[in-house]
Ligand binder design. Structure first.
Ligand code: BTN
Length: 265
């Protein structure tokens, strides 16, 4: 038996137990040892709504705007969840809120987690005033009448490809030593609970982990570069910004907008 198979031996039992705490939306799961992308297999298998696909290794994961989700393929958490919903922006934020809740459960006091709207979970080492680095990403795609939520979390990575070295971080690099299955155990109930929140509850919870509001930020929306002060972020409406030089503020939609990573604060 190879290392991956050995590591994954306990996953069915432990995920069975975690699923007991997922009453509302997550109903069933499929574990796959190695796959190109959990998003693609969810489409290919045409799994029913409520199904979670969990991979031990993912070799060709993808992110927003066709980017790749890189890093050692068997050191992260790779999950896709099929849900009978259409509101992608709100689902992406609810999922990111769920990821932060799960991470807060396993935090050993070493890190602070926050959401870079709309779908990135960043981490900062506590007390070090280091820059924010990306720990997790959420991708929501539509498929037939369903949304497929893809979640990647960096857990055991020790090194990164050169282009990511400054921007990416894993739990291990933050000093949090945890098995991947322990992250999955926290993640599934946390996502189930977060997507159950109503608009008011979601906005309130999001506001506690939003690290962008109040900052002056460079961003790209629909291919155009902008700079402005982020006045507020609303899970439904998007990003509310006063652009440099403008008196009026404007809203930008989550589907077409990417914010620059904030500097240390
Ligand atoms: C992003 O940051 O742009 C989103 C990254 C999403 C990566 C996850 S890993 C599991 C799922 N399968 C994929 O191919 N992508 C998502």
């Amino acid at each position: 038996m190879n290392d991956l198979a050995r590591e994954m031996e306990s996953w069915p039992d432990r995920i069975d137990k975690a699923m007991v705490h997922c009453g509302a939306h997550l109903r069933d799961y499929i574990i796959i040892s190695q796959i190109a992308s959990t998003q693609d297999i969810a489409r290919k298998l045409n799994v029913p709504a409520g199904t979670v696909i969990i991979a031990g290794a993912q070799t060709a994961g993808r992110g927003r705007f066709g980017r790749s989700w890189s890093g050692d393929p068997s050191q992260g958490v790779y999950v896709s969840i099929v849900l009978p919903w259409k509101n992608a922006p709100r689902l992406a934020i609810a999922s990111a809120v769920g990821v932060v809740s799960a991470l807060q459960m396993i935090n050993q006091g070493n890190a602070t987690f926050g959401i870079k709207w709309p779908n990135d979970v960043l981490a900062q080492e506590k007390g070090n005033n280091t820059s924010w680095r990306k720990l997790s990403g959420v991708l929501v795609e539509q498929f037939n009448d369903c949304a497929i939520i893809g979640i990647g979390i960096n857990v055991l990575h020790r090194t990164w490809p050169e282009e990511l070295a400054e921007r990416a971080v894993s739990l291990l690099q933050l000093g949090i030593q945890v098995e991947r299955i322990a992250v999955i155990e926290q993640l599934l109930p946390a996502i189930d609970a977060a997507i159950t929140l109503n608009c008011v509850q979601l906005t309130r919870r999001f506001n506690t982990v939003d690290i962008m509001t109040g900052r002056v930020c460079n961003f790209v929306s629909a291919g155009e570069n902008y700079k402005g002060e982020i006045m507020s972020i609303d899970p439904q409406r998007g990003l509310h910004v006063r652009l440099d030089g403008d008196k009026e503020s404007r809203w930008f939609a989550a589907e077409s907008t990417t914010l620059q990573v904030p500097s240390a604060k």
